[in-house]
Write a protein that binds this ligand. Sequence first.
Ligand SMILES: Cc1ncc(COP(=O)(O)O)c(C=O)c1O
Length: 525
Amino acid sequence: MNEWSQALSGHPSAGDRVSVRTISGNRGLQIEEPLIFEQDSAGHCGVDLPEAPSAKSRLGALERKGSIGLPGLTEPQIVRHFTRLSQKNYAIDSGLYPLGSCTMKHNPRLNEKMARLPGFADIHPLQPVSTVQGALELIDTLAHWLKTLTGMPAVALSPAAGAHGELCGIMTIRAALEARGDKRSRILVPESAHGTNPATAAATGYEVEAIPANAKGTKNQGRVDVAALKAKLGPDVAALMLTNPNTCGLFEDQILEIAEAVHRAGAFFYCDGANFNAIVGRVRPAELGIDAFHINLHKTFSTPHGGGGPGSGPVVLAAELAPHAPLPWVVHGANGFNLIEHAQSDAARTIGRLKGFHGQMGMFVRALAYMMSHGSDGLKQVAEDAVLNANYLRVRLAGAMSLAFPGICMHEVLFDDSFLKDTGVTTFDFAKALIDEGFHPMTMYFPLVVHGALLIEPTETESKASLDQLAAVLRGLAARAKSGDAEAYRTAPHLTPRRRLDETAAARKPVLRWRPAPVQQQAAE
Ligand SMILES: Cc1ncc(COP(=O)(O)O)c(C=O)c1O
């Protein structure tokens, strides 16, 4: 504790602060931010433009007579408004973000610098190829890295997210089956899968069949029940979609046997590679018998995640699937790089386009910058450190929270809610209390194979000090819950700009549109 925090430690506790009422409604430097329309003051403007020269209007009756309703604000008002809004966002740049399955890891600033180089940032996808040779070379080099790291012969770079990569992979599988004259109807998906897996299978017209996981306390617990899988395989199965490491943070160690059974049934083996960050540089998916594998660049290769920004989910493909890869293809010829943009000659069997152009160039630059700055040995260490950090937390928390499955985990550690039994505190309450302690909650209630799941993925970029802080807070919260303080949890968070929200109503009935009060409307007209 430094001098300043020591001086403060005699001040009211967090609980006392909750009841402090301020004159402004602000809480310290947390400003109550009105909507931009509520800050409107007629006549205010951020720019001072000369009068428009008078010109004869040809709009006639179409000419707008009233105001268009934009708020009047000065430049300082606007700058403050958006700066304050940005400060309400929690982000990986603000602190540890332990969301499991989502991999919120540090986005290195070097990647950002590279992505802003004008030669990458200011080009247009419709420019003649002779003027974008460097960008095409970058795409080709990224493809080379992805193929080398996965051991697969081809990669489709255009998918815009993991889920889009799944769509691409299953569409190529369907095309390959049709090319064999072997139309099939079912896709098998383990119960622990991310929701996008069954959604993809259903969206591509397949019947989805769930495969159970081995129950807690049984052999290979938390992993796919291989006997149940084999029983469901048959001549109508198009593919298995398996995640490895799986969403319980466990390596599916029977994967070779699984791949062999899937292939024996004439089906393809799709692997959800969202968790590649746990094995990159150590295991090549091709050697596990995988036919198609998507990679979320934001998870493994540190591109920005969240905020609905542009994503990238390249899919690596086995030789039989490669001819069906989506357009465009970047190829290397005698005169440098070129593009195949139409379904003809070598690309005659493509599934077509999944996206307007090549994919998310900005993400490609960032991912390649990450790969090149780490090198293959550095990427291997990334995976090792991600696994080490998750296991460090597993051991630090084992006595306080209930591990879903015993033994070493991969890049994320899964707890169930049995440590909260009889406390009156739910997983949801527990996660909300974590916000008051200055941490973003972990992933809750996923995967579904575990009751009240709490899934923590610290990532490799967290230091031992930050992991110790998180572990101390989680241990403290678990102890407090067990000591019978359920009421404090039920109303958490207490220190945020808004308290506990009705999240179902927020999701189902979101208020997304500002409507002027009736009086203001009349004045505007
Ligand atoms: C296991 C798994 N599969 C698929 C996805 C979907 O990826 P995206 O969100 O990029 O569409 C995720 C996302 O976190 C995931 O964790």
